[in-house]
Design a protein around this ligand. Structure first.
Ligand code: TUI
Length: 313
C-alpha cells in the first residue's frame, strides 16, 4: 500500500500519527516514525523552547522523518513556527486554524505542510496557499472538531483538490483504512489508537479509560461556545453540559476546561481531566507497540478486499 503520501514524506506506510496535545511527545512521534509511518510532536499550547527541546529529543530517537503539529490557536504560534523553521523537521501539520501566512517560509526550507481541515472550502484554500498534503478530519475524531463525518468529508475533499488527501477521524483498524482509501484518501491519520501504545507516555489511567470506552462514550462539549471538543464522558464533560445548559458565560465555561488535559495526561485524573479521544476509542482494546499498531492497519488487507469481492458476486 504505497501512495503519493509515502513519496512526499519518505515513509513506508501511509499513516500519520495524530497531533494530540500533551499525548504526542517526542517519544511517541519517534516510535511511530521508527515503525514506518510519520510521527508528530504536538506543540499544543507549549512555549517555543519546549517545542525545540522536543524536536531535539525526537532527532535523537529516530533517523526517520517526523513532524510537528501546530495548534493555530496557541498563544505561541509565531515563535513555534520560527523554531520549526530553524530545526527543520520533515513536516508540519496544523490544526484549529489557517496556516496560510506561514506556508511560504516553511516550504522555503523544505518542510512539507499538511493542514488539517474540516471543510471543502478550507481544503481548496490550503491547496491554493501551497500546502503539500490535505488532512481531512471528520467529526468522529477526538479533540477540537468540525461538523462533517469522515464518510462525507473525505470524498468531497478528494474531488476538490489534486493534492494527496489523508483521512482522519474514526479510523480504528484496517477496515477503516480500506474504507478511507475507497473514499479517495491516499493515507490515514490515527490519533486515539496511538494513545494506547507502549511508547506513549500518557498516564496509565488515561490509556485504561480509552480501552474501557464504549460506542457512545466519546461525547462533544462546547458546541455553544463555538469550539466543540470530543472527549470521553466523565465528571468534567457532565459539568460542561450543565454549565452550557444554564446559559453560563463563555469565560465561565472555558474556565472549567483549563488545565484539563494536563490533569488527565500527567495526573491520571479521569474524573476532572479532559480525556480527549475520538469515537474509535470504543474499538481500541489493548496497549501495544506503535510498530504493531501500524502493521495492523496494512497487513491482511487483501483478505478484506477479497471478502468485499465475494459479497459483491
Ligand atoms: O485541531 C484539531 N484538534 C484539536 S486542537 C485542540 S486544542 C483546542 N482545545 C479547545 C478548543 C480549541 C482547540 C484539541 N484538538 N484538529 C484539527 C482540526 N482543525 N479540526 C478542525 C480544524 C479546523 C477548524 C477551523 C481547521 C481550520 C479551521 O479554519 C478556520 C478558519 O477559517 O480559520
Amino acid at each position: 500500500m504505497k501512495t503519493r503520501l509515502c513519496e512526499t514524506l519518505g515513509i513506508e506506510y501511509p499513516i500519520i500519527q495524530g497531533g494530540m496535545a500533551w499525548v504526542a511527545t517526542a517519544e511517541l512521534a519517534a516510535a511511530v516514525s521508527n515503525g514506518g509511518g510519520i510521527g508528530l510532536i504536538a506543540a499544543g499550547s507549549a512555549p517555543a523552547d519546549v517545542v525545540r527541546a522536543q524536536i531535539k529529543k525526537a532527532k535523537e530517537l529516530t533517523d526517520k522523518p517526523f513532524g510537528v503539529n501546530v495548534m493555530m490557536m496557541s498563544p505561541f504560534v509565531e515563535e513555534v513556527m520560527q523554531v520549526i523553521i530553524e530545526e527543520k523537521p520533515a513536516a508540519v501539520a496544523t490544526g484549529a486554524g489557517n496556516p496560510s501566512k506561514y506556508i511560504p517560509a516553511l516550504k522555503e526550507v523544505g518542510i512539507k505542510v499538511m493542514p488539517v481541515i474540516a471543510s471543502v472550502a478550507m481544503a481548496t484554500k490550503m491547496e491554493k496557499s501551497g500546502a503539500d498534503v490535505i488532512i481531512a478530519e471528520g467529526t468522529e475524531a477526538g479533540g477540537h472538531i468540525g461538523e462533517l463525518t469522515t464518510m462525507v468529508l473525505v470524498p468531497q475533499v478528494a474531488d476538490a483538490v489534486s493534492l494527496p488527501v489523508v483521512a482522519a477521524g474514526g479510523i480504528a483498524d484496517k477496515r477503516g483504512a480500506i474504507a478511507a482509501f475507497a473514499l479517495g484518501a491516499e493515507g490515514i491519520q490515527v490519533g486515539t489508537r496511538f494513545i494506547c501504545s507502549t511508547e506513549c507516555i500518557a498516564h496509565e489511567n488515561y490509556k485504561q479509560a480509552v480501552i474501557k470506552a464504549k460506542d457512545r462514550d466519546a461525547v462533544v462539549t462546547g458546541r455553544t461556545t463555538g469550539a466543540p471538543v470530543r472527549a470521553l464522558k466523565n465528571k468534567l464533560t457532565r459539568e460542561y453540559d450543565k454549565l452550557e445548559k444554564s446559559g453560563a458565560s463563555f469565560e465561565e465555561i472555558e474556565q472549567l476546561g483549563i488545565g484539563g488535559l494536563r490533569r488527565a495526561f500527567e495526573e491520571g485524573d479521569v474524573q476532572t481531566g479532559s480525556l480527549m479521544a475520538g469515537q474509535s476509542a470504543a474499538m481500541v482494546n489493548k496497549i501495544e507497540p506503535c510498530a504493531d499498531i501500524i502493521r495492523s492497519y496494512f497487513e491482511g488487507t487483501e483478505e478484506i478486499i477479497e471478502n468485499i469481492k465475494n459479497k459483491l458476486k
